[in-house]
Design a protein around this ligand. Sequence first.
Ligand code: GDP
Ligand code: ZN
Length: 308
Amino acid sequence: MPDPLDLGLVTSVDARGVWVDVGPDRLFCSVRGRFYETPGDQRRPIAPGDRVRVLRTSAGEGAVEEILPRRTKLSRPAGHTGRQEQVIAANVDQMAIVAATAKPRLRPGLVDRLIVAAVTQGIEPFVVLNKIDLGISGEVEEVRGVFASLGYAVILTSAVERIGIAVLAARLAGRITVFAGHSGVGKSSLLNAIDPGFDLRTGAVSDATSRGRHVTTRASLLRLPGDAYAVDTPGVRAFGLWDLGPGDLQAFFSEFPPLAERCRFRDCRHDREPACAVRAAAEAGEVSPRRYASYLRILASLTEAAGD
Ligand code: GDP
Ligand code: ZN
């Protein structure tokens, strides 16, 4: 007997139900209460990016019968204590960290921070340097070189002159990608360059079942050509390092741990400790001094948050 359930991908969630892509179709599906919230501490509300099994009930409609286990989740603190978590999107494969080469000025420190945020959540980061039509400065070249030497893919783009768009589109194919970066760097312009058909600004999911536009209460997945999905940009603040302790940070600056074996103290935080091999390497230029400064800034913010 054939399996009566279809495999689908949740693209957006609201109080009445969820939108699920099943192959080329988009179904509006009902969801049982227990999928919105489970008792006890472990809230596991259904989220965009969840893979589900659905039962088709009528044309364009269905019911979610099962949520498959999540591979990753992008979440932020929620609730009045900030100790609950809101899942922004499930199963995000990668984070496109978008920065502008100019206008606004390149802010590589934010890229460092977003790399940490991505890696701590099990999401693979890559860097997009947009607006190269405005020129590529020495600083941009240097930043590009440092990230590339750390093993992160760096894609140079111009949304207005359509440079690097095919490379970016190929990178998105078949995956769920969250776009992160300051407003004004060109995230929507890049998505529009990849798929001129979609209207990111309205935040509306195009609606195949003529239910009219619905207002999303949280992030949605936007469908792009090549079976690619982008998580619409929830804002930079969503990518906080809220569950990271200060001592854990260095693991996410991948050039540090090999050096840290030579620090005098096992638990060296590479701040002001004597005989710190990481600081020495930064002073000698073996580690990017800019990356090291960025590490210290993030460390200070985590130390403050941890109250130690
Ligand atoms: P977002 O806030 O990151 O989504 O940025 P937008 O896509 O809204 O772009 C912000 C501004 O930068 C708009 O005025 C765009 O026209 C402009 N912009 C976006 N991409 C490029 C680019 O590649 N080159 C140039 N020169 N301007 C761009
Ligand atoms: Zn050290």
